[in-house]
Design a protein around this ligand. Structure first.
Ligand code: NAD
Length: 452
C-alpha cells in the first residue's frame, strides 16, 4: 500500500507544495532488514542519566555499552553531536518535587534528538512505592513519556516507559536493546511492565536469538502473520506456518520462503487443537513459540449484526485460541521457557464503531494474557499481547480512501505501520531476552490517537 503523502513530502518537486498546504510531513521511519546484531549501537551516541545512580541505570548503561553505543556520562560530553538514544532512570523518584529532574534532563536534549532517535524512561512500579507521594511521582512519569512521544513523533522519534518491578533491574538488557533499537520503530507512547516472575533463561543470545526454537504462527499466509514467520526465521527459528485450505498456496509459499513448513488447518475446526498438538509433537517434539495471529473481522453495527457474524469472529479470534492453548498446555507440547504471543488490536483497547464483535474478542485477549501469565511463570513461559494500530496490509486496502487517510495520519508518527513493525515486536516478545515481560499488552500503533 503506497503512502502518497509520504512520497509527495519527500519529492523535491512537490515538497514545497505539501508544506504550503500545511499537510503533515511524516519522517520516513528507520527499519531493519536483517536479523539482530550483537552490536546494534555502533556509531550511535546515547545520553544516559537518572534521578539517582541506581541499579536500573547501571544495567541499562551496560546493555547500551555492550551493544557498541558511545554512552555519554554527562550532557557536557555531547559537544555538537546529535543523540540517537536517551535512557533516563526515574526509578529513584521519592515524591512530586523530584519530578523536576525530568524537565532538567530532557529540556536541553529534545532539540538534539536525531531523526528516528529513541527515548526510553525507566520508573518504579507505582504500587511498590513506599508512599502515596512516591507512587504519584512514578505514575506521573507515564504522562510525561506519553506527552513527549507526541511532541517528538514528527521526527520519527519514539518514547516509551518501562516500569521496573523491584528485583527486575537485571532483566533490563533485552527491553533496553529493543526500545533503543531500530526494531521498535512503530512502538511509541507505551508503558511496559518488567517483572521478576518468569524463570530466567541461560544467558540470552544477542544474535540468532531463536536458533534451535520451533515456532508456530497461525494465519501465516499473508499480512502480519507472513511477516512474523519471516522475522522469526531470520532469528533462526524453525517456523510452522498455519493457515486455512483456501490459502494453501500462499501459506506454502510463506513456509518455503522461511525454510519452514506449512500446516493447513482451520483453527476453529473441532479437531484443530488435537491436530495441532499431534503435528508439533510428531514433527518437532513440541513447540517453543506460539503466535496466535489468525484473525477475522465481520464489521457491522450491533443493530445490524447477525448472530453468525458475531459467532464467526469470536470463534476465530478467541475461542480457537483458548482451545489451542488448553491442548498445548495439557499435552505438554509447549516447552519450558516458551513464549506465547497474541494479536490483539487497538480496537480491543478503545473500541471501534461497527466492531462490537471484533473489539470484544481483542479486548478479551488483553484480559486473557494478564490472567494466564502468572500461572506459567514458574516454567519460564511468558504470555503477552500485541495490539497493532493502522498497519498497511490487504485489510487496510479495502477501506474507503478518506477513512484510510485519516486512520493513517492519526498517530504521533503521522503514518501507517508496516507488517514488519508488528513482527519486530512479536519477535522481541518471543525471544529469551524478553523474559522480564509477561502479562503485558503492548501497542504497535505509532502512538495512535485512538485508544490513547
Ligand atoms: P489478514 O487478514 O491479512 O491475515 C489473517 C490471516 O489469518 C489470513 O491469512 C487468514 O486466512 C488467517 N485465518 C483467518 N481465519 C482462520 C482460521 N479459522 N484458521 C486459520 N487461519 C485463519 O490480517 P492481518 O492484517 O495480517 O492481521 C493479522 C492479525 O492482526 C489479526 O488477528 C488481526 O485482527 C490483527 N490486527 C491487524 C491490524 C491491521 O491493521 N492489519 C490491526 C490490528 C490487529
Amino acid at each position: 500500500m503506497t503512502d502518497r503523502l509520504m512520497a509527495l513530502a519527500h519529492n523535491p518537486l512537490t515538497r514545497g507544495l505539501v508544506r504550503a498546504l500545511g499537510l503533515p510531513q511524516p519522517t520516513p521511519l528507520a527499519r531493519a532488514r536483517g536479523g539482530w546484531s550483537a552490536r546494534p549501537f555502533v556509531d550511535q551516541v546515547m545520553a544516559v542519566g537518572g534521578v539517582t545512580e541506581g541499579f536500573a541505570l547501571r544495567h541499562a548503561r551496560e546493555a547500551l555499552a555492550e551493544g557498541g553505543a558511545t554512552v555519554l556520562a554527562s550532557q557536557a560530553e555531547l559537544g555538537g553531536r546529535d543523540v540517537h538514544g536517551v535512557v533516563f532512570d526515574a526509578t529513584g523518584l521519592g515524591g512530586p518535587g523530584a519530578l523536576r529532574a525530568l524537565h532538567d534532563f530532557f529540556h536541553p536534549l529534545v532539540p538534539r534528538l536525531a531523526r528516528n532517535a529513541r527515548v526510553t524512561v525507566l520508573a518504579s512500579l507505582p504500587e511498590e512505592a513506599e508512599s502515596p507521594a512516591a507512587a504519584a511521582a512514578s505514575r506521573g512519569v507515564e504522562g510525561f513519556v506519553r506527552s513527549l512521544a507526541k511532541e517528538v513523533g514528527r521526527r520519527g522519534v519514539t518514547a516509551n516507559l518501562v516500569y521496573v518491578a523491584r528485583g527486575a533491574e537485571t532483566r533490563l538488557a533485552g527491553p533496553v536493546r529493543f526500545f533503543c533499537g531500530v526494531e521498535s520503530t512503530y512502538v511509541s507512547g507505551q508503558a511496559v511492565r518488567l517483572s521478576t516472575g518468569v524463570r530466567a533463561p541461560a544467558t540470552p543470545p544477542l544474535h540468532q536469538a531463536l536458533a534451535g526454537k520451533v515456532a508456530l504462527v497461525t494465519g501465516a499466509a499473508r499480512g502480519i502473520g507472513a511477516a512474523t514467520a519471516e522475522r522469526l526465521a531470520q532469528e533462526g527459528a524453525r517456523v510452522v506456518c498455519l493457515d486455512v485450505a483456501a490459502l494453501e498456496d500462499a501459506v506454502k509459499a510463506t513456509a518455503a520462503r522461511v525454510g519452514g513448513e506449512a500446516l493447513v488447518l482451520d483453527v476453529t475446526a473441532p479437531e484443530a487443537p488435537a491436530r495441532l498438538v499431534a503435528a508439533l509433537k510428531e514433527r518437532h517434539g513440541g513447540v517453543d513459540i506460539v503466535v496466535h495471529n489468525a484473525g477475522i473481522t465481520r464489521d457491522r453495527t450491533l443493530a445490524k449484526m447477525t448472530p453468525e457474524q458475531w459467532d464467526a469472529v469470536l470463534a476465530v479470534n478467541l475461542a480457537a485460541i483458548v482451545a489451542a492453548d488448553d491442548a498445548l498446555l495439557a499435552s505438554g507440547a509447549l516447552r519450558d521457557e516458551g513464549r506465547l504471543v497474541y494479536l490483539s488490536s487497538i480496537s480491543g483497547v478503545a473500541g471501534n464503531f461497527g466492531q462490537t464483535n471484533y473489539a470484544t474478542s481483542k479486548a478479551a485477549l488483553i484480559g486473557y494474557v494478564a490472567a494466564l501469565a502468572p500461572g506459567l511463570s514458574s516454567r519460564g513461559i511468558s504470555a503477552n499481547a500485541v495490539a497493532p494500530g493502522f498497519i498497511e496490509t490487504a485489510m487496510v486496502d479495502k477501506m474507503p480512501l478518506m477513512t484510510r487517510e485519516v486512520g493513517r495520519r492519526l498517530n504521533a508518527l503521522s503514518q501507517g505501520g508496516q507488517p514488519r513493525d508488528v513482527a519486530e515486536l512479536v519477535t522481541f516478545l518471543a525471544s529469551p531476552g524478553a523474559y522480564g515481560v509477561t502479562g503485558n499488552t503492548i501497542r504497535v500503533c505509532g502512538q495512535g490517537l485512538i485508544g490513547a
